[in-house]
Ligand binder design. Structure first.
Ligand code: HEM
Ligand code: HEM
Length: 230
């Protein structure tokens, strides 16, 4: 039988990879800061994550080939084909793409609901007093429930990634260094320089700080003092 030769192909740019791992770290920080009731830090991390996600969604329209929604959001036919023949893909595979869309949505909802939430002590999201009571109370419930739902999906996501990695489709390696072993005749996807992505992140972050910085920084500095005094 003829052996198909594999070669490492660069499939993910720096923007996609750094977005992914920063997101993991920031979500852990968001959970921990809420547990400790450090809501200044919590909001600062949330605005940072929102900037990374907002820029990632724009990158999904103008970025590298494998980052674009057009490239990875599957049609039902592609999904069926993949399910009958699960070969490594030069980008996100169609099943993982569905999970990725769900995680994008849940993180965005988490951020939006946070803006309408209060801890009923010191911290109010900036939209809390602007929306009707039923909406802020729904947002408050969702802020807790949505996070737990997201954790459930993350467990499935990580188990699926480990399963692929161990069965020869090196997806975790690809999300880390960008390269995946693929058949030698694979056409490498077109990857762009990620500088524009990081510029977008900075622009969005400055916009959010222009909007909320004066409310967030004093709370964040108070949190820092609490942390230093521990
Ligand atoms: C809070 C935890 C996590 C969240 C919210 C999350 C979310 C995501 C998102 C949104 C993407 C798409 C990246 C993009 O195109 O921009 C992705 C891809 C990926 N993630 Fe995660 N992730 C998490 C943790 C992890 C961990 C711990 C691992 C590894 C053990 C992992 C492995 C992967 C892999 C391998 C891909 C690429 C999948 C593919 O090739 O289609 N993720 N993840
Ligand atoms: C993606 C971003 C966010 C994540 C992952 C996140 C996560 C969390 C988590 C896990 C909790 C604890 C929930 C509980 O057990 O009650 C929490 C509470 C809270 N978050 Fe966020 N959050 C985010 C964004 C925001 C934003 C943008 C704000 C406000 C501007 C905010 C304000 C709050 C407040 C006030 C609480 C306390 C709620 C209560 O005491 O019931 N969060 N957040």
């Amino acid at each position: 039988m003829q052996q198909i030769q594999s070669v490492p192909v660069q499939i993910f740019d720096l923007a996609v990879r750094l977005f992914h791992w920063f997101q993991v770290v920031l979500l852990a920080g968001l959970w921990y800061s809420a547990e400790q009731e450090w809501y200044g830090l919590h909001q600062l991390l949330a605005y940072t994550l929102a900037s990374l996600l907002g820029a990632r969604l724009i990158w999904g329209l103008i970025g590298s080939e494998t980052a674009r929604f057009r490239h990875f959001v599957p049609a039902p036919r592609q999904l069926r084909q993949y399910l009958t023949n699960k070969t490594p893909v030069a980008g996100h595979n169609p099943v993982s793409a569905l999970m990725i869309l769900a995680l994008f949505l849940l993180v965005a909802l988490q951020f939006a609901s946070g803006l309408m939430t209060t801890d009923e002590v010191m911290t109010e999201g900036p939209l809390y007093s602007l929306v009707p009571d039923w909406l802020s109370s729904l947002a408050g419930s969702w802020h807790e429930l949505g996070f737990n739902l997201m954790l459930g999906l993350v467990v499935v996501h990580v188990l699926a990634a480990l399963w692929h990695q161990l069965s020869g489709d090196k997806v975790i390696g690809a999300m880390w260094h960008g390269r995946k072993p693929l058949p030698a005749d694979t056409i490498a996807p077109r990857l762009l320089n990620s500088v524009k992505y990081f510029l977008l992140v900075v622009i969005l972050f400055c916009g959010l700080m222009g909007w909320q910085g004066s409310a967030v920084w004093p709370q964040f500095l108070a949190d820092l003092q609490t942390i230093q005094a521990m």
